[in-house]
Design a protein around this ligand. Structure first.
Ligand code: NAD
Length: 293
């Protein structure tokens, strides 16, 4: 049994912490808000009065927070209180620059650290089937892997500090662009009198095949489990897609990468959010493209 501090017990953090409890770890959690604290307590975690109290004497600390500034604030607060050698892992989705700064703070304290954002959403967090993409030293990865594998099905070591966040934003840029591409194709098919099912049957077995079509189809019918069949309830909220596309654009600007379709996707998701659809599933962008948004 390992004593693990878990800071940030929101939609993702609470079910992830619950899976660590199920795996037999002693989990000490903390969140600024009462409702997430109660969710984690109900799942068997002990709740501490502060992030510092949760982290003190823990063998490993996991953070699952909204953005880079929250991660830097929490790591800045807890690291001076940690024994050198304590493992620190951030699973939030943040900008690559903040992730690297967090690693530098941990290194100053002599703590091995990992950026390990996830793919799989709240469903994957609950089922323990997340994919983790990790950046950091081989030592940090070796120590974190047994912990992360209790919360996910696949744990990939992507490279050094920041590589996990880099993988996450590259993947989600593909996803945002491909969802818009698939949605545009369905809207064009509608105008041409081609049925959704006919386009699906052809494209899903042709060169247009992709996850946005075959797993997450943005029109109701062909894939019964996709959010299109459920009023575009998330799933993966449009606001989170916009967050990730903006992180990709920041990284592209900082590194000099040309990402014209990534930029267009970020603009279209900004419009979708501005229309009040930030809480809807990101595949709901098809309604905006159809002119119904
Ligand atoms: P959330 O808003 O539900 O949870 C974040 C929690 O952090 C909140 O409960 C908040 O009170 C807490 N918090 C903020 N500042 C804090 C502090 N200083 N100390 C302690 N707690 C603090 O968000 P979420 O959906 O759980 O997402 C968490 C992270 O995971 C984000 O970076 C998000 O981009 C990423 N992510 C989310 C999903 C998803 O589907 N929800 C999927 C993949 C990745």
């Amino acid at each position: 049994m390992t004593v693990i501090a878990f800071i940030g017990l929101g939609n993702m953090g609470a079910p992830m912490a619950a899976n660590l409890v199920k795996a037999g770890h002693a989990v000490r959690g903390f969140d600024l808000s009462p409702a997430p604290r109660e969710a984690a307590r109900a799942a068997g975690a002990t709740i501490a009065a502060s992030a510092v109290e949760a982290a003190r004497d823990a063998e490993a600390v996991v953070t699952m927070l909204p953005a880079g500034r929250h991660v830097l604030a929490v790591w800045g607060e807890i690291l001076p209180q940690l024994a050198p050698g304590t493992l620190v892992v951030d699973c939030s989705t943040v900008d690559v620059e903040s992730a690297r700064r967090a690693h530098a703070l941990a290194a100053e304290r002599g703590c091995p650290s990992l950026d390990a954002p996830v793919s799989g959403g709240v469903g994957g967090a609950t089922a323990g089937t997340l994919t983790f993409m990790a950046g950091g030293s081989a030592e940090a990865f070796g120590r974190a892997e047994p912990i992360l594998s209790r919360m996910g099905r696949k744990v990939v070591h992507c490279g050094e500090a920041g590589a996990g966040q880099a993988a996450k934003i590259c993947n989600n840029m593909i996803l945002g662009i491909s969802m818009i591409g698939v949605s545009e194709a369905f809207v064009l098919a509608e105008k041409l009198g081609l049925s959704h099912q006919a386009l699906f049957d052809v494209a899903s077995t042709s060169s247009g095949q992709c996850w946005s079509l075959t797993t997450y189809c943005p029109v109701p019918g062909p894939v019964p489990t996709s959010p299109a069949n459920n009023g575009y309830k998330p799933g993966f909220a449009s606001a989170l897609m916009l967050k990730d596309l903006r992180l990709a654009q920041e990284a592209a600007a900082a590194s000099g990468a040309a990402t014209p379709l990534g930029a267009a996707a970020a603009q279209l998701y900004a419009l979708h959010n501005a229309q009040g659809e930030g809480g809807a599933d990101f595949s709901g962008i098809i309604e905006m493209l159809r002119g119904e948004g």
